[in-house]
Design a binder for this molecule. Structure first.
Ligand SMILES: Cc1cc2nc3c(=O)[nH]c(=O)nc-3n(C[C@H](O)[C@H](O)[C@H](O)COP(=O)(O)OP(=O)(O)OC[C@H]3O[C@@H](n4cnc5c(N)ncnc54)[C@H](O)[C@@H]3O)c2cc1C
Ligand SMILES: NC(=O)c1ccc[n+]([C@@H]2O[C@H](COP(=O)([O-])OP(=O)(O)OC[C@H]3O[C@@H](n4cnc5c(N)ncnc54)[C@H](O)[C@@H]3O)[C@@H](O)[C@H]2O)c1
Length: 476
């Protein structure tokens, strides 16, 4: 009889857990995955997938209503109308399709999917609370991928109808005339794109001094010029939403982020709380095996994704995805899952986070990989190497001009002595696809002077990065 029920038990079937399960089967591991709610987790049910469906539909509305732009291409359109519930249905159908595909892929590969709440009860042992009762299973290795949930700052009350997080916003139950969006990160930006295209007036409130604080400074400035200023969006930075009360109207007390003094009271129709996410690491049994989460609740892991307790890896226990707090992105979660499985199988592997790209799917899109220019310069100072950057513009690109989409910039940041690419940042049409070339170059370590010899199809937007590689000046 086998010593364990499974080679690998995965707790949480988000994109991270799912990716790990597929890779585990490929490596010949007998695998079970436990999911308490919906196959596919946040990304598929309450994140990437439905938000991109809403962005696709609202983006079309924006494009078709931009009569000046269309006329410049010689196209006239009549009145454009939309049905917000049909747009919501498009998103929901996509969620169901992808969720079904994910379940089928696991069934096909004979991964046991167990519906219920999983909890580590002892080393190599997990209990699952299912509708039929509790059962305990054993696994040689256990991987935790419980993901994250929206963070709601104290003072903000949700009712799910007038004050809500992305979980409810994605249902698109109504289009408020005036909505406050609290937070100017990814979710705030993507929803300001959706709501402004569908006709809402927006007030965006950001606690830090600058809008879009997570992005490269240059790119954030251009994003403000392109995505915020020309639209019906009023912005506050350095301002906290100190209290938010649901109802009609929604009442928001704004405070100076430094002094915490109330500066203004807003009355709006709705508020979207987009103030970050917190790890879902409570009640998963970490305490029973002596593992403490960090101050913010993340599961501590080492570079091999082994869970760490008192500075030492806990044998046969792994953690991946949003719950580790490395990079809250779907593809980062699945890359970690694959990497952890490699380590479980004894093939040493580490994720190169600097080569993981990210994108905000606004119109136009923003994307990046690697370091911001400020971070690269800081690193250069510490380690003693020169850092340079080059900008190239969509308005000098034939394809962008043909599309009438000349608003855009690409910036690459590189070591001037070796040509190593340290970061790339793009705002412009299809930026989310264009960034992959830079991500691959960082992953493979190909320096800019070599990238400059790669031939790009003409006329394509990919020539924006090609131009940047060609203009880089490496002096060894
Ligand atoms: C609105 C929005 C848009 C986003 N858009 C993008 C995007 O475009 N691109 C991108 O890369 N990322 C995007 N993200 C981020 C992305 O969704 C997450 O990074 C990703 O889902 C993380 O995957 P995960 O597997 O770590 O966790 P999750 O997807 O959160 O999955 C964890 C799963 O574990 C389950 N679970 C938790 N505890 C237990 C337990 N004890 N027992 C059983 N099951 C349990 C949960 O029910 C959940 O299904 C977006 C997020 C949001 C909110
Ligand atoms: N396209 C994508 O890849 C995508 C899309 C959506 C979400 N996500 C992921 O989901 C995570 C959560 O997204 P998010 O936008 O909620 O978080 P975020 O961390 O990107 O942005 C949150 C913003 O809210 C601000 N803030 C916090 N408290 C505030 C307050 N009381 N008043 C005003 N501002 C306040 C913060 O300063 C920050 O700028 C992100 O880490 C991201 O990785 C990714």
């Amino acid at each position: 009889m086998a010593e364990f029920d499974y080679d690998l038990i995965i707790v949480g079937a988000g994109v991270g857990g799912h990716g790990a399960a597929l890779h585990a089967v490929k490596q010949g591991l007998k695998t079970a995955i436990i999911e308490a709610k919906d196959m596919g987790g946040t990304c598929v049910n309450r994140g990437c997938v439905p938000s991109k469906a809403l962005l696709a539909a609202s983006g079309r509305v924006r494009e078709l209503q931009d009569t000046n732009h269309l006329q410049s291409l010689g196209v006239n359109v009549g009145n454009v109308s939309f049905d917000h519930s049909a747009i919501a249905q498009h998103a929901q159908s996509l969620v169901e399709k992808i969720r079904g595909d994910m379940s089928n892929s696991l069934n096909r590969l004979k991964v046991d999917t167990i519906n219920g709440w999983g909890k580590v009860v002892a080393p190599q042992k997990v209990s699952v609370l299912t509708e039929e009762g509790e059962k305990t299973i054993t696994g040689r290795d256990i991987m935790l991928s419980p993901g994250s949930t929206p963070f709601v700052p104290p003072g903000i009350q949700l009712d799910g109808k007038t004050v809500y997080t992305s979980d409810d916003a994605l249902k698109l139950s109504w289009i408020p005339d005036w909505i406050a969006i609290i937070g100017s990160g990814y979710i705030g930006l993507e929803f300001s794109d959706i709501y402004s295209a569908l006709g809402s007036e927006i007030t965006m409130i950001e606690a830090l001094d600058k809008l879009m604080p997570g992005f490269d400074r240059d790119i954030a400035k251009i994003a403000e010029r392109v995505l915020i200023k020309p639209r019906d969006i009023e912005t506050y930075s350095g301002v906290l939403a100190k209290s938010v009360k649901p109802g009609s109207p929604v009442v928001i007390e704004l405070a100076d982020a430094k002094t915490k003094e109330i500066t203004e009271v807003l009355e709006v129709d709705a508020a979207l709380v987009a103030t970050g996410r917190v790890p879902a690491t409570k009640n998963i049994g970490l305490e029973t095996i002596g593992v403490e989460t960090d101050r913010r609740g993340y599961i501590p892991v080492n570079d091999n994704l082994q869970v760490v307790s008192n500075g030492e890896p806990v044998p046969n226990l792994w953690a991946i995805g949003d719950a580790t707090g490395k990079m809250m992105l779907a593809h980062a979660a699945s890359a970690q899952g694959i990497s952890a499985v490699e380590n479980i199988c004894g093939n040493h592997h580490q994720v190169n986070y600097r080569a993981i790209p990210a994108a905000a799917f606004t119109h136009p899109e923003i994307s990046y990989v690697g370091l911001t220019e400020d971070a690269a310069k800081e690193l250069g100072k510490e380690e003693g190497f020169p850092v340079k950057s080059v900008r190239t513009y969509f308005k000098a690109n034939s394809k962008a001009l043909a599309e009438g989409e000349e608003d855009g910039v690409a910036k690459i940041i590189y070591r001037q002595d070796t040509g190593e690419l340290l970061g790339a940042h793009i705002i412009g049409m299809h930026a989310s696809d264009l960034i992959q070339e830079a991500a691959n170059a960082i992953a493979s370590g190909e320096p800019v002077q070599n990238l400059a010899f790669n031939v790009h199809t003409h006329p394509t937007l990919s020539e924006v990065l090609d131009e940047a590689f060609k203009r880089a000046e490496v002096k060894s």
